[in-house]
Design a protein around this ligand. Sequence first.
Ligand code: AMP
Ligand code: MG
Length: 289
Amino acid sequence: MQLHRFEFTQVRMGVDARIIVYAPDEERAVRACRAAYTRISELEQMMSDYRADSELNRLCQRAVGRWVKVSPELFSVLWRGQKLAQQTDGAFDVTVGALVRLWREARSTGKLPDEATLRAARARSGYRLMELSFQRRAVRLKTADMQLDLGGIAKGYACDNALRVLRRYGVPRALIQMGGDIVAGDPPPDAPGWRVELAEGGTTTLRNAALSTSGSTEQYVEIDGVRYAHIIDPRTGLGLTRLVLARVRARDGITADSLATAAAVLGEPDAKRLERLYKGAQVSVVSSN
Ligand code: AMP
Ligand code: MG
C-alpha cells in the first residue's frame, strides 16, 4: 500500500503543535490528526495554568487543606512530577507556579520582584506543600494561594497521548512536536527513523522514542545585564541565569520533557544522575558559568 506524507500545525498549549503522519490517503490522515488534536485540547483544559477554569487551576483553589479527587490524566502527570521532585531534591518542582508568575511579571515590567514579594511567593512554593494520595487519586495542598505549573512536563505527555490516538486510528507512522518536545512513532516508509534537526546543528534519528530540549536560550528576560530564563531555579526563586541547553532522549515524551527541564536546573554533572534513575534515558547538558 502506498503511503503519503501529511503535515498539520495548530496552536495548542501556547505553542505550535505539529503532527506529521504517513497515511494511505488524506481522509485517513485528517481523521486521525483531528482526533489527536482533540485529545491535546482535552489535556490542555485539564492542565493549563493560563485558563482560570482548567482542572489544574480549580484544584489550586479547592484543595487547600482538603483532599480533592482529580482526573486520571492530571493525577498521573502530578505523580510523575512529584516523583521527579523527590529524585532531584526539588530542582524539578511543579509547585513553582507563584514564582513563574513573578517571572512573567518581570518580563513585562523589566523589573525583578522586591525581596518581600519574592519571599512570599517562595513560601507558597515547594513540592513538600503538595500531597498526593494514590488510593484516593486525590491532591491536598498545605498552603493557600499555591499555583501549580505543568509547563515543564505536560507537553511531552500530550505528545504521548496524541501518538496513542494516531495508532488507534491506524496511523502509527507519526511524529508529534510541541515546541521543544518531540515524540516519534513508527518510522516513515523506507526510513530507519524520523530525521530531526538539532538547534545547535546536526541531526538525529528517532523511532518509537522521544526527544526534548530545555534551556535558557529561548525564553528569558534581561534585567541589569543579567538574563533570567523562564525556568525557575527553586534554590533562588528566580529564573536560571546560567546559559544552559539540556537535551534528553527517552522512551516517552513525559519522561523526556520532565527530565530535560530538570537537567537544565541541575546542570552538569548532577543531571547525569538522571540516567541511572530512568532506564534508557540519555541526558546531555551544555552549560557555561
Ligand atoms: P520546559 O520548556 O519543558 O523546560 O518547561 C519550562 C516551563 O516549566 C516553564 O515555562 C514553567 O512553566 C515550568 N517550570 C519552570 N521552572 C520549573 C521547575 N524548576 N520545575 C518544573 N517546572 C518548571
Ligand atoms: Mg520540559
